[in-house]
Design a protein around this ligand. Structure first.
Ligand SMILES: Cc1cc2nc3c(=O)[nH]c(=O)nc-3n(C[C@H](O)[C@H](O)[C@H](O)COP(=O)(O)OP(=O)(O)OC[C@H]3O[C@@H](n4cnc5c(N)ncnc54)[C@H](O)[C@@H]3O)c2cc1C
Ligand code: SF4
Length: 501
């Protein structure tokens, strides 16, 4: 077991394994651990650097520099430029996410079977069994009372008044201290990101991890994948270092995320009509509620309350969310003394969000410098859903006693009072009027039985190739309407176990 970090030019690394896994996030780390548990020799190759929790950043700037993929500079190309947030570090996006664990809803497996020829009852049973296991292994817990914080408690009050069917969240967190720092990485070691469990487990079982190592291409002999190669990239300067090559005797597992996996397969020469297609997301945005008493949203779990009552109609999820103070400031209008006036209100703000279960589809292509290019925008039906989400969140704030809300919609007043909430029903349907973020991503290498409409089969194997599997969010053929990590991890474990059987 070794960790190979950045190597200078001229110092090349060549390794051999049964399986090489590209990416160490939700999908990659889970697949790697399953394979290592099965007795295989596994090498995980990760584009980002290894960061120990004491070295996690505290600020938004540090998070973008050390943990975000490309400093958070990937945007949707379409009517609006909405940021696509993912991590680039050992542990992938599980290091920066809120660790919310939601089981795959049963209707999703039925939809996959109906529309994509995969899924069905037996598949659902296997996936839920893996979700049971993951909940135990990763200590899924309800946000503890002491860590709820006032923002989450206010949301529960609103829910009680409006009957929005909400609940306290379950997360992969062992004893949350409520430091509200999930985005910067949990320095308290409570969040169970994969750099703390599955990756060390792979190493303990004899596997290697190669970090600062963006894979340039998958290597083939005929139609069989036999390894990967690339050059090390310095964790800060991104300067190119020595070359790395990992040969795989049994299979290459690609788990580089919904944006990077299709881009990697494209530049590796994989031919598939569906490659890079059917990209989907849950675009989300938030509304601040302004309260008389201090809320101190950054005291308490980053996210603690949610409602899935609107998952099918109109198609969205409601959640609380604490963002770092600098991000709050960036969302308040004005500059100079006006901005300072707005920031003075910081302690009295609560942010609650909606994640839209959008049906619009986009594409992912490999771009200059191997950066994925994502074309994606919401159609009118999705924008109506998105706007409905704004009204629901606003109603919650007023039900919880907010004296005003800050909707953050271009062309609308900075603040709206309780009597003005109806104005949101005629808010713009132009996506450019909203500050939205894409953090739940799906597709690009979708699973299905028809090779003309899918990239991988029901076992994650790329149609028409040998020894090439995709085990991450890119294989998911639809949106979910719930947070995706649980689905991604159980899918990755399922695909890995199929390789062992
Ligand atoms: C801020 C935020 C909060 C979120 N909160 C939640 C939540 O609470 N619950 C939930 O269910 N979901 C949440 N999500 C979504 C969830 O984290 C992701 O859906 C999930 O991590 C995706 O898993 P993945 O394996 O597809 O990709 P990732 O976890 O992103 O892992 C992909 C890895 O591959 C690496 N990689 C990319 N290209 C290459 C290459 N060429 N060579 C080598 N390595 C490469 C990347 O650096 C990365 O480490 C959140 C996302 C964000 C951004
Ligand atoms: S809220 Fe704080 S203690 Fe709890 S998981 Fe997130 S970072 Fe860790």
């Amino acid at each position: 077991m070794s960790h190979y970090a950045f190597h200078e030019r001229g110092k090349d690394v060549t390794l051999e394994a049964d399986f090489v896994v590209v990416g160490s996030g939700a999908g990659g780390a889970t697949a790697a651990a399953a394979l290592a548990r099965g007795g295989a020799r596994v090498v995980v190759v990760e584009s980002g650097a290894w960061r120990d929790p004491p070295d996690y950043p505290s600020t938004t700037y540090g998070t973008m520099r050390d943990l975000f993929d490309d400093w958070g500079s990937t945007f949707t190309r379409g009517r609006a430029f909405w940021p696509i947030v993912q991590a680039r570090t050992v542990g992938g996006t599980t290091v920066i996410n809120s660790a919310i664990a939601v089981r795959t809803p049963g209707d999703i497996f039925q939809q996959w079977e109906r529309e994509h020829g995969v899924g069905g009852d037996a598949f659902a049973t296997a996936m839920w069994t893996y979700q049971d296991e993951l909940e135990t292994e990763l200590s899924v817990e309800l946000v503890p009372e002491r860590a709820k914080g006032r923002s989450n408690l206010l949301a529960s009050d609103a829910d009680a008044a409006l009957k929005f069917g909400g609940h306290v969240m379950k997360r992969y967190v062992k004893g949350c201290e409520g430091n509200g720092q999930c985005l910067q990485g949990c320095k308290a070691l409570k969040k169970q990101s994969t750099n703390l469990n599955f990756i060390p487990e792979v190493m303990a079982l004899g596997g290697d991890i190669v970090s600062c190592a963006p894979v340039k291409r998958v290597l083939f002999e005929g139609k069989g994948a036999v390894g990967v190669e690339g050059s090390f990239a310095h964790p800060l300067t991104r300067a190119r270092g020595g070359k790395f090559t990992v040969r795989a005797k049994k299979a290459v597992i690609v788990a580089a995320s919904a944006t990077h996996s299709p881009a990697l397969l494209e530049r590796s020469g994989v031919k598939s009509k569906a490659l890079g297609k059917y990209f989907r997301a849950h675009p989300g945005t938030g509304i601040f509620g302004c309260y008389d008493e201090p809320v101190d949203m950054n005291i308490g779990a980053t996210q603690g309350w949610a409602s899935t009552q609107f998952r099918t109609d109109p198609g969205l999820k409601l959640e609380t969310l604490a963002i770092p103070p600098e991000m709050v400031a960036s969302r308040l209008a004005g500059g100079g003394t006006q901005l300072m006036e707005h920031v003075r209100e910081y302690r009295h703000l609560a942010m609650w969000v909606h994640a839209c279960r959008a049906e619009s589809v986009g594409t992912v292509k490999n771009g200059f410098g191997d950066k994925p290019v994502v074309h994606y925008q919401l159609d009118e039906k999705d924008m109506l859903r998105f706007r409905d989400g704004m009204s629901l969140v606003a109603r919650m704030h007023f039900a919880a006693g907010a004296k005003a809300i800050i909707p953050g919609i271009h062309g609308m007043p900075y603040k709206l009072g309780p009597d003005e909430v109806k104005l949101l029903e005629s808010a713009p349907l132009d996506p450019r009027a909203y500050v939205a973020v894409l953090s739940h991503l799906f597709g690009g290498c979708v699973m299905g039985s028809d090779p003309s409409r899918s990239v991988v089969d029901a076992n994650g194997r790329v149609h028409g190739y040998e020894g090439l599997v995709v085990a991450d969010a890119s294989a998911i053929p639809t949106n979910l309407g719930v947070n995706p990590q649980h689905t991604i991890m159980s899918l990755a474990r399922y695909f890995a176990n199929q390789l062992l059987s």
